[in-house]
Design a protein around this ligand. Structure first.
Ligand code: ZN
Length: 248
């Protein structure tokens, strides 16, 4: 009996010892995996930020990059599940994106470097849009939106907003509006101070352009029209480039 009990005790001790070893080994493996993951995360190239913005891209200039060419971040409002305003089949998010793409093309042709916060139908957070422009140290940030007036379908006209206290933002808005006023085809309601997240969170001169009212049938048809978008984006580009060339 005595011998049997001794054997049993020894066996128990051995099992305990093995269990402890397995436990220590498991913890060590888990810690190893954790350290590896942490290391990979720290080593991650900051350029990977771009993967956060699926729509973002750096547009290479076709020709030689001009010395001191401005970097402009263009922001097509809304996207994905966030459609913005709409009227019938016309969706704000689609008009915004179409206008931004046209504008990007004109600015690139003029030698500017352009980045988009989205170039397809994806949802991008408001602060992510502003942070993106800040990280890229853009010279200008231009956000494109369409307006809607519930109470009065007669209201029309483009409005150009800048953040309170930003003299450079105001100068950019003034340049854009003065180009709009050169043509009778575009109704313009002037510049305004706007309390928008993308304006408050960006660190460079920034404007949010409400390019027109989808609630007005006439303006809605214009905004969806290619020839009108062409004119509108030419005037927007002229205003942005004028502000860029008058920067100190
Ligand atoms: Zn909008």
């Amino acid at each position: 009996m005595q011998i049997k009990r001794k054997k049993l005790r020894r066996l128990k001790r051995r099992i305990k010892a093995w269990a402890a070893r397995i436990l220590v080994l498991t913890v060590m493996i888990l810690m190893g995996v954790l350290c590896l993951r942490l290391g990979l995360w720290i080593l991650k190239d900051p350029a990977d930020l771009e993967t956060m913005f699926e729509g973002a891209r750096i547009v290479e200039n076709a020709g030689e990059e001009k010395e001191g060419s401005p970097l402009i971040v263009l922001d097509a409002g809304h996207g994905g599940r966030d459609q913005g305003t709409s009227a019938g089949s016309i969706l704000e998010k689609e008009i915004n994106l179409s206008v931004v793409k046209r504008l990007a093309g004109i600015l690139e042709d003029a030698g500017a470097a352009v980045l988009l916060t989205r170039e397809d139908d994806t949802k991008v957070g408001l602060e992510d849009r502003a942070n993106f422009a800040n990280q890229k140290e853009a010279e200008f940030f231009v956000s494109i939106h369409c307006n809607y007036c519930e109470d009065d379908a007669g209201v029309i006209g483009l409005e150009c907003y800048y953040r309170d206290g930003s003299t450079e933002g105001e100068a950019l808005a003034n340049q854009i509006v003065s180009r709009m006023e050169e043509t009778e085809e575009i109704s313009c309601r002037g510049t305004r101070i706007g309390d928008f997240r993308v304006l408050n969170k960006t660190e460079m001169p920034a404007v949010l352009v409400e390019i027109g009212y989808l609630s007005n049938q006439g303006e809605r048809m214009k905004l969806a029209d290619e020839a009108y978008q062409k004119l509108l984006t030419e005037k927007l580009a002229e205003g942005i480039l004028a502000a860029a060339s008058s920067e100190p």
